[in-house]
Design a protein around this ligand. Structure first.
Ligand code: PGA
Length: 251
């Protein structure tokens, strides 16, 4: 059976000290609790090793927000999947619309990153989702299909088992405009049908599909109650421990 997951994406926020403090606070508020979902925090590279120490012995798991599309070598400023793994992180967010939009990450580049992350034992939170223009032209299904086909549908079924999908409509990210739970459920069900067509019904049933885009404690219960919404990828509301805890408690 698939897991429910609440994953934070800190993006480019928090100094090292602030990040360690936030992880410490989150560990405290979750102490002695048994959340009904897996809890992951996605942090900038520089936080990973320190946060890994902080969350030891807690329910919190760790993710990077990106990794390089090359294995190692002369790629100044890049951080490889092997380096991410060596910090203690277990997950890597890939394909976020901010990476695609601001840093020119193409489906081909993302395919390389996905392969390297998996080869290094990381699980991948793979983000897909349409722009406002695409939604208005009713192209959202075609967009998510192409994003899956371009970067993850080449995987063997055993590899695909390490993929978590995050559907994040770009028009809902950081805008305060959440997709309605019906809008989100409709496309989540469609994404699951695409996975079923490619890998079969069982793999599709076992794949966690998260919603992201202005998800917060007030709207999480309605979203997470939908049959094909298995949790959230949380940006803004993951930057304060009580807000993030409120979303975890939606399960
Ligand atoms: P948001 O970001 O929750 O701030 O809208 C979500 C994301 O981009 O992952």
């Amino acid at each position: 059976m698939r897991k429910n997951i609440v994953a934070g994406n800190w993006k480019m926020n928090k100094t090292l000290q602030e990040g360690v403090a936030l992880a410490t606070e989150l560990k405290e508020v979750l102490k002695g609790q048994k959340p009904n979902c897996e809890v992951i925090i996605g942090t900038p590279f520089i936080h990973l090793a320190s946060v890994a120490e902080v969350i030891k012995g807690s329910v919190i798991k760790l993710s990077a927000e990106n990794c390089a599309d090359k294995e190692s070598g002369a790629y100044t400023g890049e951080v490889s999947a092997a380096m991410v793994k060596s910090t203690g992180a277990e997950y890597c967010i890939l394909g976020h619309s901010e990476r695609r939009g601001y840093y020119g990450e193409t489906p081909e580049i993302l395919k390389e990153k996905v392969d390297l992350a998996l080869a290094n034992g990381l699980k991948v939170i793979f983000c897909i989702g349409e722009s406002l223009e695409e939604r208005e032209a009713n192209k959202q299904n075609a967009v998510v299909k192409a994003e899956l086909e371009g970067s993850v549908f080449h995987l063997a079924p055993a590899e695909f088992a390490n993929i978590i999908i995050a559907y994040e409509p770009i028009w809902a990210i950081g805008t305060g405009k959440t997709a309605t739970s019906d809008q989100a459920e409709e496309i989540h069900a469609y994404i699951r049908s695409l996975i079923a067509d490619k890998y079969g019904k069982q793999v599709a049933e076992d794949t966690s599909i998260l919603y992201g885009g202005s998800c917060k404690a007030s709207n999480a219960p309605e979203l997470f109650a939908k049959p094909d919404i298995d949790g959230g990828l949380i940006g803004g509301a993951s930057l304060k421990a009580p807000d993030f805890k409120g979303i975890i408690d939606a399960f």
